[in-house]
Design a binder for this molecule. Structure first.
Ligand SMILES: Nc1ncnc2c1ncn2[C@@H]1O[C@H](COP(=O)(O)OP(=O)(O)OP(=O)(O)O)[C@@H](O)[C@H]1O
Length: 295
């Protein structure tokens, strides 16, 4: 079942910038990572999905409802974390969350309290005095506290420290296991690699690639640095079908791309001191789509 659907979505601002002809979908229970350099159009796409912007062409739909025409209905299904959260002056974190909960008619607050505990922040701190990371945590609790079936998250881990980034990734994986549909924008490749099924790459307002993350991982190259015991072992590996990149005394660097069985059977006959593995990061793979200077 398709939950999020963009069909030739276009928004051109008066300065000529915007998003153009975006078409992709996210099926129920899947996590879609939306990746792109600054100003590429990620937030603009997301604002259409949450019904804050009227497209100049095409459509954005959630659960088959047009996000602009039926924005009030769409709100019922989603949890939204904006890139920049607008807070009301004078409130503390808890008061803000209570207000947002009341607006949704949220009665059951155990999940909210669980999330507050999980992300470890003092909700009584006035928002004005909160650090960027603390504000981000309030935003995360607000997006997840009503247990929505669809999560739309604009750079969710920005401002979080590595420990909290990790906690957030765990939360995403738990929500995915519960069947939630998630679209999140990010600059962090590792975050996308760990959480997403599919990644869409946007540049200058246009979608340049939509890739299956598992498929990308399969085509990922790995370099195995194997320290063998003797020159005979080196000879034996040279005679195998493996791609040898470098031989330095008894250390052989072998390039592997999916052919692990071949590697294992060739190594089985050798004496081995040590094996190190270096993998090409998905980041390097994605970089092919980008102009390095703009990231
Ligand atoms: N309301 C607006 N009026 C005019 N131009 C806009 C407006 N909103 C966004 N833009 C422009 O549209 C382009 C896309 O912006 P957007 O905020 O969607 O990018 P982004 O991918 O989310 O970037 P970042 O990673 O920096 O958050 C940018 O060139 C931006 O300046």
């Amino acid at each position: 079942m398709v939950t999020i659907q963009l069909n030739r979505l276009t928004k051109q601002f008066s300065n000529g910038k915007g998003i153009f002809d975006l078409t992709f979908e996210v099926k129920k229970g899947k996590v879609f990572g939306y990746l792109g350099p600054n100003g590429a159009g990620k937030s603009t796409t997301i604002r259409h999905l949450v019904g804050f912007m009227k497209p100049s062409g095409g459509s954005a739909k959630i659960n088959n409802l047009d996000c602009w025409e039926k924005s009030a209905d769409v709100q019922k299904y989603i949890g939204y974390l904006p890139g920049e959260i607008a807070f009301i002056e004078g409130l503390n974190g808890l008061q803000m969350l209570k207000l947002l909960g009341d607006m949704r008619g949220l009665k059951e607050v155990s999940r909210r309290n669980e999330l507050i505990e999980r992300f470890q922040f003092d909700v009584k701190t006035p928002i004005k005095k909160m650090s960027k990371g603390m504000k981000q945590k309030v935003g995360i609790v607000a997006a997840f506290m009503h247990d929505p079936e669809i999560l739309i998250l604009d750079e969710p881990t920005s401002g979080l420290d590595p420990l909290m980034q990790n906690e957030f990734i765990k939360l995403i994986l738990e929500e995915k296991a519960k069947g939630k549909t998630i679209l999140m924008s990010s600059h962090l490749f590792e975050e996308i690699e760990r959480t997403c099924d599919t990644v869409g790459i946007i540049k200058d307002g246009r979608l340049v690639a939509v890739e299956d993350v598992r498929q990308l991982q399969k085509t990922q190259q790995k370099l195995f640095k194997v320290s063998v015991r003797s020159k005979e072992d080196v000879q034996q590996l040279k005679q195998s079908k493996l791609t040898i990149k470098e031989i330095e005394n008894l250390v052989i660097t072998i390039e592997v791309q999916g052919n692990y069985e071949e590697l294992m059977s060739a190594l089985a006959g050798c004496g081995i001191y040590n094996v190190d593995v270096e993998k090409q990061s998905l980041e390097e793979m994605f970089m092919n789509y980008y102009d390095r200077r703009v990231m």
